[in-house]
Design a binder for this molecule. Structure first.
Ligand code: FAD
Length: 509
């Protein structure tokens, strides 16, 4: 979806001010979003997801001239929020991340940001195979596997140790499903416990490589699940302030159309800059935080790459998308304590596919209480998330689309009612997001929430070998996705950009 989806309406009409995203198009631009932009920078970062933001901050702090261009009016990418009438604020992807995010924020952002990261009190599972609350720490999780599932402690420890020993460069072809079956044969209930939270966190399935599971699970399985206290709006506000303090020039509502490539007479390809809003901005390096396939095919164009590389990129599979239901509790009402994160399903057994059901029986509830999301007045909200397939939603006509959204909202409220009887009477705002919504707001193909499958990582890291000064930092390869993966990948990418810019400086010195 592009700006051409806008529905032009006469100026001054009241409803011009309310845009419902994927339904009635993007807000028309009323001023030049690139006002004040220079004609050239050391580097341009396309996109302000956590990968783009972190790359921009590290490089700005290192003294490079950085422009960050984001097509949305908000910064943060999927790490974002929106407000609705009645004082509601909803977070999109702030459900939980590993403790490692604290170190990442301290190192690449500020101590203050790191200090706002707090552990969730409760993670609950409820399905026909098991039902309990866990701290999601290694100690508590091990106890559950031993006491509830009857596994030998030594076997559980050996499993963790095997995951920790996994080497990224080990050429094993084992899938996650095979790994789980080898370690816990015939135990679908154990597989469910070990896999379900990871699938929700990064869209991975039992068919994905065991290595991607091992790395992500090991990150989570240490000291519990964490959140940013104060919400995404506070986080992004602090990040923007830090970017500006580090000299990064940030621009919203700027859709980059093209990464411009120049070719030397010797056939060497290099980035020359970007085109956005009909303007050329020169840059010695470009970091794309857009999806890696968008970067190759749309922003650069296949003609600028070696055919073998294009063929390799052509085999990269996109990851799944998401549906969410946002439920706001009315001002003054209180939500009783349930837990922070609830993985719930009525499915008798676990399959990866079932997490993407069009009318799913499996969902994750995030409960936002004033303790984790302090704001002016104490407010409560619940966000339900499910993994989802683009194909199920893409072709629905408007009536079918609206009906499917209504059904999702009704099913979700009915499910929530089972945990909070009478909750319908407390909620005064319900809204649904689908893969179409995610595609609309992020420009990600098929609304992918978690980038690409494993093979996308190689394509992402090889971009600078194909075109000098072209880098990618964003959810890719399962491992480099989620808040921690995306932010860390931004920092890794920044180091490579830094080296590239210094190499250029040395050549011209
Ligand atoms: C429903 C949902 C729940 C999630 N829950 C969690 C969770 O609890 N914990 C967790 O760790 N992770 C979670 N994630 C995943 C996590 O949010 C993402 O992996 C991470 O935020 C992605 O960061 P990114 O750097 O890849 O960029 P993205 O967030 O994908 O942002 C990319 C940015 O690039 C911009 N852009 C794209 N093209 C252009 C262009 N041409 N010009 C200008 N700008 C452009 C987009 O507008 C966007 O802002 C969740 C994701 C979803 C969808």
């Amino acid at each position: 979806m592009t700006h051409s989806d806008e529905i032009p309406r006469p100026r001054g009409e009241r409803d011009v001010r309310y845009f419902k995203g994927s339904t009635d198009g993007k807000r028309p631009l009323t001023k030049d979003p690139l006002e004040g932009a220079a004609s050239a920078y050391d580097l341009v970062v396309i996109g302000s997801g956590l990968g783009g933001l972190t790359a921009a901050n590290v490089l700005g702090r290192a003294g490079h001239g950085v422009a960050l261009l984001e097509q949305h009016y908000n910064f943060g990418g999927l790490a974002t929020w929106f407000r609705r009438k009645g004082g509601h604020t909803f977070d999109i992807s702030l459900h939980g991340f590993p403790i490692g995010m604290k170190k990442t924020c301290r190192k690449y952002w500020t101590q203050e940001i790191a200090d706002s990261i707090e552990q969730l009190d409760g993670v609950r599972f409820d399905n026909p195979q098991f039902s309990f609350e866990t701290e999601f720490t290694r100690v508590d999780f091990t106890n559950k596997l031993v006491d509830v599932f009857g596994l030998e402690r030594a076997k559980v420890e050996a499993f963790y140790d095997e995951l920790r020993r996994m080497d990224f460069f080990d050429p094993t072809t084992e899938t996650t499903g095979e790994l789980l079956e080898r370690c816990f044969p015939g135990r679908n209930d154990v597989h469910r416990l070990l896999m379900e939270p990871i699938s929700y966190a990064n869209g991975s399935t039992l068919d994905d490589p065991a290595i991607s599971y091992g790395i992500v699970f090991s990150n989570f399985m240490s000291k519990g699940v964490y959140t940013f206290s104060g919400g995404t709006d506070t986080l992004i506000k602090k990040m923007k302030a830090e970017l500006v303090a580090n000299g990064v020039e940030i621009f919203n509502s700027v859709l980059v159309d093209k990464i411009v490539i120049e070719e030397s007479p010797m056939g060497e390809r290099r980035v020359a800059g970007v085109e956005a809003l009909g303007r050329f901005i020169a840059a010695k390096a470009v970091v794309s935080n857009a999806n890696v396939l968008t970067t190759v095919h749309k922003l650069v164009g296949a003609a600028h790459f070696d055919p073998d590389f294009v063929a390799k990129a052509g085999k990269v599979r996109l990851n799944t998308s998401s549906c969410q239901v946002y439920m706001g509790v009315r001002d003054g009402a209180e939500l009783p304590w349930v837990t922070d994160l609830l993985f719930t399903s009525t499915r008798p057994t676990f399959t990866s596919e079932s997490l993407c059901d069009f009318h799913g029986e499996s969902r994750t509830f995030s409960f936002y209480y004033p303790k984790t999301r302090p704001q002016g007045r104490p407010r409560y909200s619940v966000v339900s998330s499910t993994n989802a397939r683009w194909e199920d939603w893409a072709e629905l006509d408007q009536a079918a689309y609206d009906a499917a959204k209504d059904k999702l909202a009704a099913d979700t409220l009915a499910c929530l009612e089972g945990y909070v009887p009478g909750v319908g009477g407390l909620i005064d705002h319900v809204e649904v997001a689908t893969p179409r919504t995610f595609a609309f707001y992020t420009e990600h193909p098929t609304g992918t929430s978690f980038g690409t499958k494993f093979e996308g990582l190689e394509v992402s890291t090889q971009l600078p070998d194909e075109i000098g000064g072209l880098f990618h930092a964003g959810s890719v390869g399962i491992i480099m996705s989620g808040w921690l993966g995306a932010a860390n990948y931004g920092a890794i990418c920044a180091n490579k950009v830094d080296a590239w810019l210094y190499s250029l400086a040395e050549v011209s010195a």
